[in-house]
Design a protein around this ligand. Structure first.
Ligand code: PRX
Length: 635
């Protein structure tokens, strides 16, 4: 794929211009020449932002797994596709070559077929970070089923919402999962999640922990038993470029998660292109992305982008601190990792450990570092640069979203000069703009605006599963004619972008996008709670964390406030997942509201962020008298 590699900064500017002037030629040539198609695309794109209709590579017929696996089997079947490091370092590393991957994906695809899964069916995956998860994703893609990976830290209620929303016919899970010194009961979570859900016909269970699990003979099937006898060949299903490849849920500012639908052709082209260019990928590289496959970063760079380039990708099951805080450095040293792509929250947590954990390891194999998921603060950037990269590895601060499918703003390793806290320049084909509140494009430097994109790109999500209206409203109605990212950003004098944060009620905690609404919904289920509002405030390690303001229904009945706080956090853990727990809970007499009854979150945000002198206009409030007490009792 080397010919669409950008050679230097000059060529980057040329390609950027070309992608604006002749987008059909730019993307059309790349798609046709760098990938295997059963039938080449007839039209490069069509779009209508008003109705949210976007199509790429129309008429093209392909299967993404042929591009990820088959073509490398032919050229270099013995090369490692996946290196799997278990949670427990004493468990032997699994090296999965392209040949092995081919066989395991085909066999798994045949298992799915034997369960009646066909093109277009939805399959939810609720699995630990083991090779079977990556293989199951590819097996779905092989037969044209739409995978929807659910992060295995989500609770049964959160999993259920997703399984039900996409109408999954099959759920693939494991008996359990290992995470640090904990063993997680995954099958039990799924049993609760699907209880009474008609759409789910079967639950396929992978053995990981060998613990005892409830097993219902009519519904549950052991993966191993079907796999043992499955055929090693599975012809790829011929997919249209616009056929869905997967659904991945992301938080929105209302209670319901948004099932972002990604299609096959455009996603393939742009994840491959960005992987090759942003990370300056070379044949002998060992790429390690520490994200979970349950998030878009895992999908696009640990899996698809890496394999589309014929790379070796590392999958690690565990956490950075188990069994010791040197686990990440052990893995880098052991496998001579060249690319280490992680999140600012992980960097900040690694920073708290003794430096000797790093110095006792040889990290000289590293060439390129990467950061994603939230703004990287200056201190973390310098620590990463100085101590991990030893000032010789450029840091790719990559900006993108579940919705964008692929990285849109980032430096190109060894080409774009980096600048701490700046994601730098839009990649060719990304027409980024900053808009003021009236929708006018901002030309000035260092002026904050709404980050929008004014031309479609191949890997953008095409719709929200089952709710196209919400897709149009969320992304295309705030600024007509533009895709609105929901992020605030500014630009410096050379055009580098700095992403500042979200404009909506999504809070990024430890790199996870958490919508406040579903967490508030969970809290409000407590019989004592009248109302709740969650806001974010900065946290040294997590980036942001959550502060809940909660008013109670029955004052006096719940004198044991500490216990009440525990119950509330337990409800959140049960209904949303432990990642949604609140660090601070303040009980209030009432929440500040407008006359029309809307909760004034911006005021609560100001209070939680020690900016109570900056509450803004209180004249439209129905209950201004409550503010004094809330401020006095602030935690
Ligand atoms: O606010 C931006 C932030 O993460 C949001 C997207 O979250 P999600 O869909 O979970 O995808 C995360 C992985 C791609 C964005 O709207 N974000 C992502 N990358 C950066 C970032 N904020 C600042 N700098 C980044 N590099």
């Amino acid at each position: 794929m080397s010919y669409f590699k950008i050679a230097d900064l000059e060529q980057y500017f040329k390609h950027t211009k070309k992608a604006v002037r002749e987008p059909r030629k730019f993307w059309g040539k790349m798609a046709e020449e760098a990938f295997l198609w059963y039938q080449a695309p007839e039209r490069v794109f069509e779009f209508d932002f008003t109705n949210g209709d976007i199509k790429w590579f129309m008429g093209g017929k392909l299967n993404i797994t042929k591009n990820c696996i088959d073509r490398y089997v032919a050229r270099k079947g013995d090369k490692n596709a996946i290196i799997f490091e278990s949670n427990n370092p004493d468990e032997p590393t699994q090296f999965i070559s392209y040949n092995d991957l081919y066989q395991r994906v085909c066999k798994t695809a045949n298992v799915l077929k034997s369960l009646g899964i066909e093109k277009g069916d939805r399959v939810c995956l609720y699995l630990p970070m083991i090779p079977e998860l990556a293989i199951a994703m590819l097996a779905c893609a092989r037969i044209g089923a739409i995978h929807s990976v659910i992060f295995a830290g989500f609770s049964d209620a959160a999993a259920r919402r997703r399984i039900e929303d996409c109408g999954a016919k099959l759920v693939i899970t494991a008996d359990g999962g290992f995470r640090g010194d904990k063993t997680i009961k995954l099958k039990e979570v799924i049993d609760k999640a699907i209880n009474g859900l008609d759409c789910v016909e079967k639950v396929l269970v992978v053995k990981r922990t060998n613990q005892d699990i409830p097993f219902q003979a009519e519904k549950d099937v052991w993966f191993d038993e079907l796999y043992a006898n499955a055929s090693e060949e599975c012809n790829p299903e011929i997919m249209d470029a616009e056929d869905p490849l997967f659904i991945l849920y992301t938080s929105g500012s209302t209670g319901k998660p948004k099932g972002m639908v990604h299609t096959t052709g455009g996603y393939m082209v742009q994840t491959a292109y960005t992987f090759a260019n942003v990370f300056d990928y070379k044949e002998e590289d060992i790429f390690w992305c520490t994200a979970d496959l349950g998030w878009i970063t895992g999908h696009s760079y640990m899996l698809y982008g890496a394999l589309l380039n014929g790379a070796t990708t590392v999958i690690h099951e565990g956490i950075p601190t188990y069994p010791t805080p040197s686990r990440y450095w052990d893995i880098i040293d052991k496998h001579k990792v060249t690319h280490f792509y992680t999140a600012p929250t992980a960097i900040r947590s690694l920073m708290t450990n003794d430096y000797s954990y790093i110095t006792s390891h040889d990290l000289s194999s590293l060439r390129v570092l990467g950061s994603v998921g939230e703004p990287i603060n200056e201190e973390a950037w310098h620590w990463f640069n100085d101590f991990v990269g030893k000032k010789r590895c450029p840091i790719m601060d990559t900006w993108w979203q579940t919705e964008t499918g692929a990285i849109l703003i980032a430096p190109l390793a060894f080409k774009t000069p980096t600048k701490p806290t700046y994601a730098t320049l839009p990649l060719p084909g990304t027409q980024a703009v900053l808009l003021d509140e009236h929708g006018e494009e901002i030309e000035d430097f260092q002026q904050m605006g709404n980050l929008c994109i004014k031309h479609p790109w191949p890997s953008m999500a095409r719709t929200i599963w089952g709710d196209h209206k919400r897709y149009v409203e969320t992304y295309f109605s705030t600024f007509p004619g533009y895709y609105f990212t929901g992020d605030n950003a500014l630009r410096d004098e050379v055009g580098y972008y700095r992403i500042v944060g979200r404009t909506d009620d999504v809070i990024i905690v430890s790199g996870h996008n958490l919508g406040t609404a579903p967490i508030e919904d969970a809290i409000n289920q407590h019989p004592a709670v009248a109302e709740s509002a969650i806001v974010g405030y900065p946290h040294e390690i997590k980036g942001n964390t959550m502060y809940g303001f909660i008013s109670l229904k029955v004052e006096g009945n719940y004198r044991d406030r500490d216990n009440l706080k525990k119950e509330i956090n337990q409800l959140i853990a049960d209904h949303y997942g432990p990642i949604g727990k609140l660090d601070k809970i303040q009980f209030v007499d009432d929440l500040p509201k407008t006359r029309s009854g809307k909760i004034l979150r911006r005021m609560l945000r100001a209070i939680a962020n020690n900016q109570e002198n900056n509450l803004g206009d209180t004249s439209t409030m129905i209950n201004p008298e409550i503010l004094k007490k809330i401020i006095e009792e602030k935690l």
